[in-house]
Design a protein around this ligand. Structure first.
Ligand code: HAX
Length: 434
């Protein structure tokens, strides 16, 4: 058994005891209320679910199991998954054991490649990734154990088995999507003994003479892994999993949500916006040119991708971390320089535009600062990953760690099926209109 399995077996009884005590002691306390505006507004700010893996503080950003992201920047993604799931920082043995698990489970069934090669040539890479995950559903240990009548207390075991299988195969599947979709030649095999992030970088097939692309990949996979429970991808995976749909169904559903332009697709749109900006002004634009371009975007009714956030009210620490990587490894790159200059200019533009919106009777923009998607694309572009439709696939490989750690945790503590109450226009009018 892996070190992860053994730790979970020891920890889960404690989690169950703690959960039972919380419900017994505080079960009747009110966590949140929900106004009519919040019900129409995507339930923003309504506290209605439990997530232990990570927390997003409006003024601090991502905190994984108590560790602020920028304090644990150098972790490898194998360690990230262990930390997300157990709440414990893995030691060298645990890290090695995670790598061995992935080595054991990395083989991708042949039919996955048949399906991917058969898809239309202009399929979106996200549609290809999600299809590949869904087609592997027949491998689900959870589904098999459930049909055999496994006890509820043991659900976490097949869920963990599916999670590790899926994570082990995902870099090869995602790299395969890249090579098939963009006709990059044969698939590149997984190298046992090489870590998860470096393996993914290697299977993409981009030149990496000094290993800094592999380094970026580890950082990228670590940074995008989780963002508490309520974001679209995690929340969708959680809801689907709560019906005891197996992890393949649940993750694929969550990633379909990540494929939306207001969520994970924003990173593709960000680089598109930066390149349009550079194209218009023939290279790295001046502050004034950026200001003009940003106002033009906003006044044409579009958003500035990579800026704003549903929860954050400061610069996303993930942006800060990527920016630091850019300054260290590619300070002369014109796309990176443009991203860096945009960071100086756009928050002020959004602030002014928000004032105009308010004068026109619209909502203010709540956050003028960059989110994770504002800077990551420039780094990928530098290393030759120029097909930006593909970027959300990279995000997906990473976010699968968050979704799966939440899912295994939920099966471990026995979270109930999700079923909030909805109301209609008539209910609102009848209740509050008198
Ligand atoms: N450009 C223009 N307008 C913006 C804006 C931006 N970057 N950010 C917010 N606004 C607008 C909203 O569209 C909204 O307008 P309406 O009331 O007319 O609908 C208004 O400001 C208030 O929005 P908010 O309260 O500040 O933000 P929301 O919680 O409603 O939305 C979003 C959060 C991330 C969706 C929003 O900031 C946005 O669309 N940003 C651009 C897209 C983007 O970067 N998405 C990636 C987010 C990170 C992520 O999940 N990655 O996966």
């Amino acid at each position: 058994m892996s070190k992860l399995y053994n730790r979970l077996e020891a920890l889960i009884p404690e989690w169950r005891k703690e959960r039972a005590e919380l419900i017994k002691n505080y079960g009747k306390e009110v966590l949140s209320e929900c106004t009519v505006a919040q019900a129409f507004g995507g339930m923003r700010g309504v506290k209605g679910m439990v997530c232990e893996t990570s927390l997003v503080e409006p003024d601090k950003g991502l905190i994984i199991r108590g560790y602020p992201l920028l304090d644990i920047m150098d972790m490898w993604p194998e360690e990230t998954f262990y930390l997300l799931l157990t709440g414990e920082m893995p030691d060298e043995d645990a890290k090695k054991s995670m790598m061995e698990e992935y080595d054991k489970r990395h083989h991708v069934p042949e039919y996955v490649w048949d399906v991917l090669y058969a898809m239309p040539e202009d399929s979106h890479p996200m549609a290809m990734l999600d299809t590949a995950i869904l087609v592997m559903e027949k491998e689900s240990t959870f589904r098999q154990w459930y049909s055999k009548g496994t006890k509820k207390e043991d659900y976490w075991k097949p869920a963990l088995d599916d999670a590790l299988n899926l994570l082990a195969k995902l870099p090869a599947v995602a790299a395969g999507v890249y090579r098939i979709r963009y006709k990059k030649g044969d698939l590149i095999p997984y190298i046992p003994g090489l870590d998860w992030g470096a393996n993914y970088a290697n299977m993409l097939g981009l030149p990496d003479p000094d290993g800094s692309f592999a380094k970026l990949m580890r950082l990228y996979l670590h940074f995008h892994s989780d963002h508490e429970g309520g974001n679209v991808s995690a929340n969708t995976c959680h809801t689907v999993g709560s019906a005891l749909s197996d992890p393949y169904y649940s993750v694929s559903a969550g990633l379909n949500g990540l494929a939306g332009p207001l969520h994970g697709l924003a990173n593709q749109e960000c680089l598109d916006w930066i390149l349009m900006l550079m194209d218009k002004f023939n290279g790295v634009p001046s502050d004034e040119e950026i200001e003009q371009f940003a106002f033009d975007t906003l006044r044409s009714g579009k958003v500035i991708p990579g800026y704003g956030h549903a929860v954050l009210r400061v610069t996303d620490p993930r942006f800060t971390g990527f920016n630091k990587f850019g300054h260290e490894h590619l300070p002369e790159d014109p796309v990176f320089q443009t991203v860096d200059t945009v960071f100086r200019v756009v928050p002020k533009v959004l602030e002014k535009f928000s004032e105009e919106r308010v004068k026109a009777g619209k909502n203010p923009i709540a956050n003028f600062w960059p989110n994770v998607d504002a800077g990551s694309g420039a780094l990928l572009y530098h290393y030759g990953l120029t097909e930006f439709q593909y970027y959300t696939v990279l995000f997906s490989v990473s976010r699968t760690m968050g979704m799966l750690s939440q899912l295994v945790w939920n099966r471990a503590v026995g979270t109930a099926i999700t079923r909030p109450k909805s109301v209609g226009f008539k209910y609102i009018k009848d209740t509050f209109g008198k």
